[in-house]
Structures are given as C-alpha cells and as structure tokens.
Design a protein. Sequence first.
Length: 276
Amino acid sequence: MDMMTFFSEESRREAEALAHRSIASLIGNEGRTAVVTGAARGIGLAISHRLVESGAYVVLADLRADDLAKARDSFPQAFRARTATLEVDVTRADAVRALAETAVARTGRLDIWVNNAGIFPPSGAIQEAEDTVFQQILAVNVQGVFMGAREAARHMVGKGVILNIASIGAIRGQNGMSGYSASKHAVAGLTRSLALELGKFGIRVMAIAPGLTVSPGNAEALERVQAAGHKLASLSAPLGRIALADDVARVALFSVSDMAAMMTGQILVIDGGTTA
Ligand SMILES: NC(=O)c1ccc[n+]([C@@H]2O[C@H](COP(=O)([O-])OP(=O)(O)OC[C@H]3O[C@@H](n4cnc5c(N)ncnc54)[C@H](O)[C@@H]3O)[C@@H](O)[C@H]2O)c1
C-alpha cells in the first residue's frame, strides 16, 4: 500500500523537508523567539544559554531583578544582543500577558515558550501542613504554567513549542513534598491535554522531568532540610551522579527543536535512571 496516503499534501511536504535537513539546522533555532520564565538562575538560565547559542532571541523573565541583570551579563558579549530581560511574576495574569506582548513587540514573533519558573517548599507532615504554602505552590507551578501556555498559544502563528519543566515528582510521589508533587502531576496533565488541543494549530507541547539537579534554589532547599535536622535521602542514580542544569538544558533544547518535530504531549525524564 502507498503509505503516503496517510499524509495530507502539506504535511507530507513538511515531513520530507525535515528528513532532508542537516542535524545542525534541525537542532538550531535561528530566527526564532523564545520566552523562558524563571530564567534568572538555575535550570531556566541554563536553558536560556542553550537557546541563545542555538540562534534564538530569548526573553528572560523572572521575579528577581538583580539576578536577571547578572543573568544577562553571563552571556558572551556576542550573544547579549539576542537577549532581553523582564521582571515578571508568573502568578499574575497581566504580567504574563505583558511578557508575551514584549517578546512579540521586540521581534514580531513567538516560537518557543518555556514554563520553567517553579518553587519547591517542603509541605511537611500533612497533619500540620499550611494552606497558604499549598496555594502558593499551585499558583506558581500550575497556574503560572497554565497562564504561560495560554499566552503562548494566543501568539504562536502556524507553529510553536511550549515546554513545561515538570519533575520526577510528576511521575511518582515525593515524601514530605506532597504539594510540590501534586503540582508537577498537574503540569503533566496540562502538557498532555494541551498537546491534544493545540496540535491542530501546529503547536507542540512537551515536558521534561528532571531529577535532583544542581541549582541555587535547590541548594537553598537542601540547606533548609538539613537545618531542620532532617537527614537527606540517599541518592542512588544508576548513572552515579545528580544532574547539572546543563544536563537538563540539553534535553530542553532537543525538545523544542525540530529534531523532536514528531513529538508532543510527552514527558522526557532526566534523572540518571533514578526512576527506571
Ligand atoms: N533543581 C532540581 O533538582 C529540580 C528538579 C526537578 C524539577 N525542577 C524544576 O525546575 C524549575 C527550575 O528550578 P531550579 O532548581 O532552577 O530553581 P531556582 O530556584 O534555582 O530557580 C528558579 C527561578 O524561578 C524564579 N521564580 C520563582 N517564582 C517565580 C514567579 N512567581 N515568577 C517568576 N519567576 C519565579 C526564581 O526567582 C528563580 O530565579 C522549577 O520548575 C523546578 O520545580 C528542579
């Protein structure tokens, strides 16, 4: 049978063109505009570096103005012109809307939106857990992602990728982190559902799920756990180490690139095999 009948004329042309492109062009993002939330440090900053290196113009958004200025200085001089920074609280609908509008105003387009901003305070024992902590986790980690995806989808024309930063807490429970784990399970649900909804607009929706990764926020969290007299859980990743932020950023780059053009609604786990 002629399997090409499974394609529309347009999708066949597009798929065949991809199959003939070089690897360098497929992983590249020349001429594309990206937004990364929580980009002032940690995983978001590492993702921003790889996106800029791959050719994209990147708007780095974060709550922390000081860290944003330092983040911009961390780019090689030659790349700095392809970066912009904006102070944004992802829990505020108006701020997230302004972020999308800024990206489009600067470059006339929006191709990639990375929902990375996230917080991970411990929930503690459920008997003592505070409503306000739970609500704040959901506001940043879930509603922030929801609103980011909404603005991205409104501005992406013909094609685009939304990448959500989940966690291995999205695919299994985390003792003492029930609010966080619940929020990341919600991110997985948003990823899968929005992939179903947005495919017809040419928008892919992906998630990546890091395991323990070196970042400023995580270092602070681990210090708090130790200061409270708790023992740190022992780590036994089959690959024998935890992740650097760039380990995560490289998979982020793959996910948003045309290398992954046939992927949507999937969660790629980056944990050295911890959850295998
Ligand atoms: N580090 C890890 O081990 C790990 C593992 C799995 C998933 N993650 C996820 O990766 C993402 C980044 O984590 P990280 O370790 O780099 O953390 P981090 O604390 O080092 O950096 C997070 C950044 O997000 C920003 N941010 C927080 N709330 C915000 C808000 N309301 N609006 C805008 N910006 C906000 C912070 O200011 C900070 O710059 C988070 O979604 C986190 O849940 C991290």
